[in-house]
Ligand binder design. Structure first.
Ligand SMILES: Nc1nc2c(ncn2[C@@H]2O[C@H](COP(=O)(O)OP(=O)(O)OP(=O)(O)O)[C@@H](O)[C@H]2O)c(=O)[nH]1
Ligand SMILES: [Mg+2]
Length: 211
C-alpha cells in the first residue's frame, strides 16, 4: 500500500473514554464523528483501519462486542484533530428486549445530546444494504437535536473484500439504489475506501471547531 497523505496519516490515536450513557462521558475535546450500524457490520474494524491502529478498538467475530460508547482522540499528520466514537451495534436478535431498549437509549441519547457531534457514518454490509433500522436511524438524525450543530450523514458499505472484484461495483450500485445515496465502499482488510471516507469526514468537521 502507498503511504497515506498527511491528511489521512494518523500520528496519534488513543482511547479516551467509555461510558454506557452519553451524560457520563467527559465533554468532547474535539468535534466528533460517530460510527453506527448493525452488530458485526465492521464498525470497530473500520475505526482501526481509519486510525491505522490494529486492535485499538476491540473487534470480534461474535456480534455484540462493543457494549458502550467508546471515544478515541485522533490526530492526523496535518494537525486535524477529531474524536471518533465507536457505538454499540444494533439489531442483534439474541439480545433481550430490555437490553435492546437500553442500547437504543444509549445510542439515541448520544446522538441527540452530544454537543461536539458533527457527522455520523452509517455502516451497512455491502451484501445487505440499507434496511428498516438504518432508515429509522436516518429519520432520527433528521429530527432537531437537543444539542446545536448540523450533523452530516455518510453511508458506508463495509466488507467489500468479501465480494469478487467483478461483483463489487454492481453490489455498490444496488446499495445506492435502495438507499437513495451513494455509499463509500470500504474494506477494513484492504484499506479500500479509507481515503474517500477520510475526505468526507474532513469535509464535515473542518471549520466546525465549535463544541
Ligand atoms: N473480510 C472482512 N471482514 C471484516 C471487515 N470488517 C470487519 N470484519 C469482520 O467482521 C467481524 C465483526 O467486526 P467488528 O469490527 O467487531 O464489528 P462491529 O460492527 O464493531 O460489531 P459490534 O461491536 O458487535 O457492534 C470481525 O470478525 C471482523 O474481522 C472487512 O472489511 N472485511
Ligand atoms: Mg464494535
Amino acid at each position: 500500500m502507498t503511504k497515506p497523505a498527511a491528511e489521512t496519516r494518523v500520528v496519534h490515536a488513543e482511547f479516551t473514554a467509555g461510558a454506557v450513557e452519553a451524560s457520563q462521558l467527559p465533554p468532547s475535546t474535539h468535534v466528533e464523528v460517530a460510527f453506527a450500524g448493525r452488530s458485526n457490520v465492521g464498525k470497530s474494524s473500520l475505526l482501526n483501519a481509519m486510525m491505522q491502529r490494529h486492535g485499538l478498538a476491540r473487534t470480534s467475530s461474535t456480534p455484540g462486542c462493543t457494549r458502550q460508547l467508546n471515544v478515541f482522540d485522533v490526530r492526523c499528520a496535518d494537525g486535524l484533530e477529531v474524536g471518533f466514537v465507536d457505538l454499540p451495534g444494533y439489531g442483534w436478535a439474541k439480545r433481550s428486549k430490555s437490553e435492546k431498549a437500553q442500547w437504543q437509549q444509549m445510542i439515541e441519547g448520544y446522538l441527540r445530546r452530544r454537543a461536539g457531534l458533527r457527522a455520523v457514518a452509517i455502516l451497512v454490509d455491502v451484501r445487505r444494504g440499507v434496511e428498516d433500522e438504518e432508515r429509522q436511524l436516518v429519520d432520527f438524525l433528521q429530527q432537531p437535536r437537543e444539542a446545536s450543530g448540523k450533523v452530516d450523514i455518510v453511508l458506508v458499505a463495509t466488507k467489500l473484500d468479501k465480494l469478487g472484484a467483478a461483483a463489487r461495483k454492481p453490489a455498490l450500485e444496488v446499495v445506492r439504489k435502495n438507499a437513495g445515496v451513494k455509499p463509500i465502499g470500504f474494506s477494513a482488510e484492504t484499506g479500500e475506501g479509507r481515503e474517500e471516507l477520510w475526505a468526507r469526514i474532513r469535509a464535515a468537521v473542518v471549520g466546525q471547531t465549535k463544541r
